[in-house]
Ligand binder design. Structure first.
Ligand SMILES: Cc1ncc(COP(=O)(O)O)c(C=O)c1O
Length: 386
C-alpha cells in the first residue's frame, strides 16, 4: 500500500488532500516522494515562518529537546518564561497564556473577556465578531466564526456570540448595544475569509468605541501575526492597542503553540485554576518560538514589505488577475480563471499555493529568497493567463 492509500484508509476524512506526498525540504523548497521540487508559498498555512528545517530554529528546538522536552505547568521552565517576557516587552502587553493552537488561544481570550465583565459586575457575556471572520474549529470558536456554513452541521453551538458587518461601524455599534457585548474580536486581515484587509478608520472606530465603553478589544493575530503583514502584529498597522491579542501559526515556526497575550486591563482576570493546558508552554515549542520571535527584527519586517510590494506590483499588472489584496506576505489574488485550476497549474509547474474562498492565497516564508520568489511569481502569472 502507498502512503496515500494508507492515509485515505486510516485518517479521518476531514481533509481533501492534493495528490502530493511531501517528504523533505529546505527553506522555501520542498520535495515530493519522487524527488520533484516545489517552491513553497504555503508554509503549512502560515506556520513555517523561516521555511523548512531552518537552521537556527532546528538548533533551538534540538537543544531543548535533548535537555528537557516536557514538564508540567506545576514547575517553571526557562523557554516559557523567556518567550512570555520577549512577547510582552516587544508589544507592551502584560501577560501571556500559552496554548497549542490558534483556536485554543481564542478560547482563552473568550474566557478572559467573559470573566472580565463578570468581575466588573457587568451583566454582559456576548462577544461580537465580524461576518466573514474565522476564529477556529473548537465549538466556541466556530460559534465566534462569522460564517454560517461552518455552523450548520454542529448545532447547537455555544451561545454568546453575535456578528456584525466588517467595515460598517454603525452596524458594529448597534449590534454591540443591542446585545450588551463584553468584547469585540476582529482579524485585521480576514484570512480564511478571502484575505480581506479591514479599513483603517473602521478598526480605529471599533477601538475607540471599545475603550469608551469598557468593552475588551481583542485582535485575532493567529494568521496575521509574527511579521506576516510587515509589522510584528497586524494591529500595529492601524495605530490601535488591543486589550488582548491571540496568536499561533508562525510563532511556532512548525511546532504547535498558541498565545493569548493580555494587556494591563485584563492581566489579572484569570487566577489559579481558572484555565490551563497540559502542553501549553511546552519547553520545546517555546524554545522554537523564541528563536522565531527574536528574529522578527525591523530589517526582516522591511524585507517582508519590500517583497510584498514586488508581488503586488507584478501580479496586479497580470492579464489573468482581477485584483490583489492583503498586507505584507499575506496575499490574496482574485484570478479570472477558477482558483482551483490555477492552484493545480502552479503545482504542475512546481509552485505550491493556497486558496481562501475564491482567491489564490500566498503565505510564503518571511525570509524567502528573492530570486525564488520571482521564479514563483512567474509561474503564477502564466498559470493565471487566460
Ligand atoms: C484568524 C484565525 N484564527 C484562528 C485560527 C485557528 O487556528 P488553529 O488552526 O491553530 O486552531 C485560524 C486558522 O486558520 C485563523 O486563521
Amino acid at each position: 500500500m502507498t502512503v496515500k492509500s494508507i492515509d485515505k484508509q486510516y485518517v479521518l476524512n476531514t481533509y481533501n488532500r492534493f495528490d502530493l506526498h511531501l517528504v523533505e525540504g529546505k527553506g522555501s523548497v520542498v520535495k515530493d516522494e519522487n524527488g520533484k521540487e516545489y517552491i513553497d508559498l504555503t508554509t503549512g498555512i502560515g506556520v513555517t515562518a523561516f521555511g523548512i528545517a531552518d537552521e537556527k530554529w532546528v538548533e533551538a528546538v534540538t537543544a531543548q529537546l535533548t535537555t528537557l522536552q516536557h514538564t508540567s505547568n506545576l514547575y517553571y521552565t526557562t523557554p516559557c518564561a523567556m518567550l512570555a517576557k520577549a512577547i510582552c516587552e516587544k508589544t507592551e502587553m502584560s501577560k501571556v497564556f500559552f496554548s497549542n493552537s490558534g483556536a485554543e488561544a481564542n478560547e482563552c481570550a473568550i474566557k478572559v473577556a467573559r470573566k472580565y465583565a463578570s468581575d466588573k459586575g457587568y451583566d454582559r457575556y456576548n462577544i461580537l465578531t465580524l461576518n466573514n471572520s474565522f476564529h477556529g474549529r473548537t465549538l466556541a470558536t466556530l460559534s465566534a466564526t462569522g460564517q454560517q456554513h461552518y455552523h450548520e452541521l454542529f448545532n447547537p453551538l455555544p451561545a454568546g456570540f453575535v456578528h456584525a458587518d466588517a467595515n460598517d461601524i454603525d452596524c458594529v455599534i448597534s449590534t454591540a448595544k443591542e446585545n450588551n457585548v463584553c468584547a469585540i474580536m476582529i482579524e485585521c486581515v480576514q484570512g480564511e475569509g478571502g484575505v480581506i484587509r479591514l479599513d483603517t478608520d473602521f478598526v480605529k472606530a471599533i477601538y475607540s468605541y471599545a475603550v469608551e465603553n469598557d468593552i475588551l478589544f481583542i485582535v485575532d493575530e493567529v494568521q496575521t501575526g509574527n511579521g506576516r503583514t510587515g509589522e510584528l502584529y497586524a494591529y500595529m498597522n492601524y495605530s490601535v492597542k488591543p486589550d488582548i491579542f491571540t496568536t499561533a501559526k508562525g510563532l511556532g515556526g512548525g511546532l504547535p503553540i498558541g498565545a493569548c497575550v493580555v494587556g494591563e486591563k485584563a492581566q489579572n482576570v484569570l487566577g489559579f485554576g481558572d484555565h490551563g493546558s497540559t502542553y501549553g508552554g511546552n519547553p520545546v515549542a517555546c524554545a522554537g518560538a523564541l528563536s522565531v520571535f527574536e528574529r522578527l527584527t525591523d530589517e526582516l519586517l522591511a524585507e517582508v514589505k519590500y517583497k510584498s510590494q514586488y508581488v503586488f506590483d507584478a501580479l496586479s499588472k497580470c492579464d489573468g488577475v482581477e485584483s490583489v489584496s492583503g498586507m505584507g506576505l499575506m496575499i490574496g489574488i482574485k484570478t479570472k480563471k477558477p482558483v482551483g485550476d490555477v492552484i493545480k497549474e502552479c503545482m504542475r509547474n512546481g509552485v505550491l499555493t493556497l486558496s481562501a474562498k475564491d482567491k489564490l492565497r500566498l503565505l510564503p516564508a518571511l525570509n524567502i529568497d528573492f530570486e525564488i520568489l520571482k521564479k514563483a511569481v512567474d509561474v503564477i502569472k502564466s498559470a493565471c493567463e487566460i
